[in-house]
Design a protein around this ligand. Structure first.
Ligand code: CTP
Length: 402
C-alpha cells in the first residue's frame, strides 16, 4: 500500500456567529485548493448553518458533540488526522474558551488535543472584539503560536459597522496556504497523469507486464492535488493505493490507456506520462489458456507510442511531461534526444540499470526542459521529485499563458 505524505487534511471549526454562512464558501475554496475538509461546528453554531449543509458540502460526516459516536473517540481521531485546524468564524466566547483551555464540545476538545497548526478567524461585533477581555484572550492565543487573523472593517449585522467583519475568503486561503506550504498554483487547471505498468494479455492467465509500481505517477498526482489541480489519474497496474480527490480511471493495456487518454486530454492543461507503457503486445489474446505444448513463442506487435501521439495534437497552452528509463552510458544525452523526439516540454530521465527505481521510494535522474535547463537529483524521494515537476509545470503554464 502506497503511503502518501500528510498535509491535505483541514479541520474547519465553525463558531456560532452569523459569518458561519460565509464559511460555506470558504469550505468550497479550501476544496478547490486540494484540501480535504472535515467540518466541526459548535452545537450552537448549528442555529446559523445546519449539519445537513456541512455534510452535503464537505461530503463527510459532521459531528459537534463528543458524545456522538464515542467508540471512535472523535476528538482524538480528529486531532491526529488534522494537518491544520482552521476555526472560522471564531466568536468571543469560543476565543475565551480556547484561551482558557476549556473543552466542552467536539471542536474545543479537538483544539486542545491537536498538535497541528491552528488558525483562528475572529468575527464579531466591534464592541466585543475590542473589549479588553477578548483582546487579552487573542494575545494569549498568539503567544501560544496560534495564528489569529485580524478581522476586516466594514458593515456588520444590523446597522453597525466597524472592525469585526469576517475577512475575505482569499485572505483566509492565503493564511492556510502559507502555513501548509502550498500556493494553489494549479487551481482551475486539469492535469492528466498516467501511472503504473500496462498489462498486455497473452491468454486468460498470462500477460506481459513490467516492474513499475506507479509510485512516481502517484507522487505527482498527490503534489498536483496539493497545488489545487483537478487531477485525472489513468492508472495501469500499480501497488495498492487510496488517494482522495482524484478522478481515477483504471485501465489494463496500452490500447485501453490510449482510449482513455484521448477522451481525457480534451480540456486538459497538462499531461504527465509517468506510466510504463509496454512497447509491444501479443498479436492476439488467446481466448483459452494456451497449453504447455504450444506455449513456445509469442508473436508481438508494436503498441502505439501514446506520448508521441498525444504530443502531435498538443495545444500551445498545454504542458506535456515525459519519462525515460534508461540503462548504461549516455543516459542524459538519450533523455535530451527523447525530449525532442517525443515533443514534450519536460522529461525526467532516470537510470534503471540493474532494476533500480522500480517500487523504491527514492529516485536518481535528471529533469530536463525544452529550454535547455536541467536539474540533477541523487536519491531523492519520489514525492520531492513530484513537487519539482509540478512546480516546473506551473512555471511553464505561467510562461505560455502569461
Ligand atoms: N510511452 C508511451 N507509449 C509507449 C511507450 C512509452 O507513451 N508505447 C511514454 C512513457 O510513458 C514515457 C515515455 O514515453 O513517458 C518514454 O518511454 P520509454 O520507456 O523511453 O520508451 P520508448 O519511447 O519506446 O523508448 P525506447 O525505444 O528507448 O524503449
Amino acid at each position: 500500500m502506497i503511503d502518501f505524505p500528510r498535509g491535505r487534511e483541514v479541520v474547519l471549526g465553525i463558531g456560532a456567529g452569523i459569518a458561519a454562512y460565509k464559511s460555506c464558501d470558504l469550505l468550497r475554496r479550501l476544496q478547490d485548493q486540494g484540501f480535504l475538509v472535515t467540518v466541526v461546528p459548535t452545537p450552537s453554531s448549528l442555529n446559523f448553518v445546519g449539519r445537513a449543509t456541512w455534510e452535503a458540502l464537505s461530503g463527510r460526516e459532521v459531528k459537534s458533540e463528543v458524545w456522538e459516536g464515542t467508540q471512535a473517540v472523535s476528538h482524538v481521531a480528529l486531532a491526529e488526522k488534522a494537518d491544520l485546524l482552521l476555526i472560522a468564524p471564531a466568536t468571543a466566547d469560543l476565543i475565551a474558551k480556547l484561551a482558557s483551555g476549556r473543552a466542552d464540545d467536539l471542536l474545543t476538545t479537538t483544539a486542545l488535543a491537536t498538535t497541528a497548526p491552528v488558525i483562528v478567524v475572529p468575527a464579531m461585533h466591534p464592541g466585543m472584539y475590542l473589549n479588553l477581555a477578548t483582546q487579552s484572550n487573542i494575545e494569549t492565543l498568539r503567544a501560544r503560536g496560534i495564528t489569529v487573523l485580524e478581522p476586516d472593517y466594514g458593515r456588520l449585522t444590523g446597522k453597525d459597522s466597524g472592525i469585526g467583519r469576517f475577512p475575505e475568503t482569499s485572505r483566509i486561503i492565503e493564511a492556510v496556504n502559507g502555513i501548509s506550504g502550498t500556493e494553489g498554483r494549479l487551481v482551475g487547471k486539469k492535469v492528466v497523469i498516467t501511472a503504473g505498468g500496462t498489462v498486455e494479455a497473452i491468454d486468460p492467465v498470462r500477460f506481459i507486464g513490467n516492474r513499475s509500481s506507479g509510485r512516481q505517477g502517484l507522487a505527482i498526482a498527490f503534489e498536483a492535488l496539493r497545488e489545487g489541480a483537478d487531477v485525472t489519474l489513468i492508472c495501469a497496474q500499480t501497488e495498492e493505493f487510496l488517494l482522495e480527490g482524484i478522478k481515477r480511471i483504471d485501465v489494463t493495456s496500452a490500447v485501453e490507456m490510449q482510449e482513455s487518454l484521448k477522451a481525457e486530454l480534451k480540456g486538459a492543461d497538462a499531461l504527465v506520462m509517468a506510466a510504463a507503457v509496454a512497447d509491444a503486445r501479443p498479436v492476439s489474446k488467446s481466448a483459452e489458456k494456451i497449453g504447455k505444448a504450444t506455449y513456445k513463442t509469442i508473436e508481438l506487435t508494436e503498441n502505439p507510442d501514446l506520448l508521441a501521439e498525444a504530443a502531435r495534437e498538443k495545444l500551445t497552452h498545454q504542458v506535456f511531461v515525459g519519462f525515460a528509463a534508461e540503462t548504461g552510458a549516455g543516459i542524459r544525452e538519450r533523455g535530451l534526444k527523447k525530449l525532442h523526439s517525443k515533443g514534450v516540454d519536460l522529461l525526467y530521465v532516470t537510470d534503471v540499470s540493474g532494476g533500480k527505481v522500480f517500487g523504491e521510494e527514492l529516485t536518481t535522474g535528471s529533469l530536463l526542459n525544452k529550454r535547455g535547463e536541467s536539474w540533477d537529483f541523487v536519491s531523492i524521494d519520489k514525492f520531492e521529485l513530484g513537487r519539482k515537476i509540478i512546480g516546473e509545470i506551473a512555471k511553464e503554464m505561467e510562461m505560455t499563458n502569461g
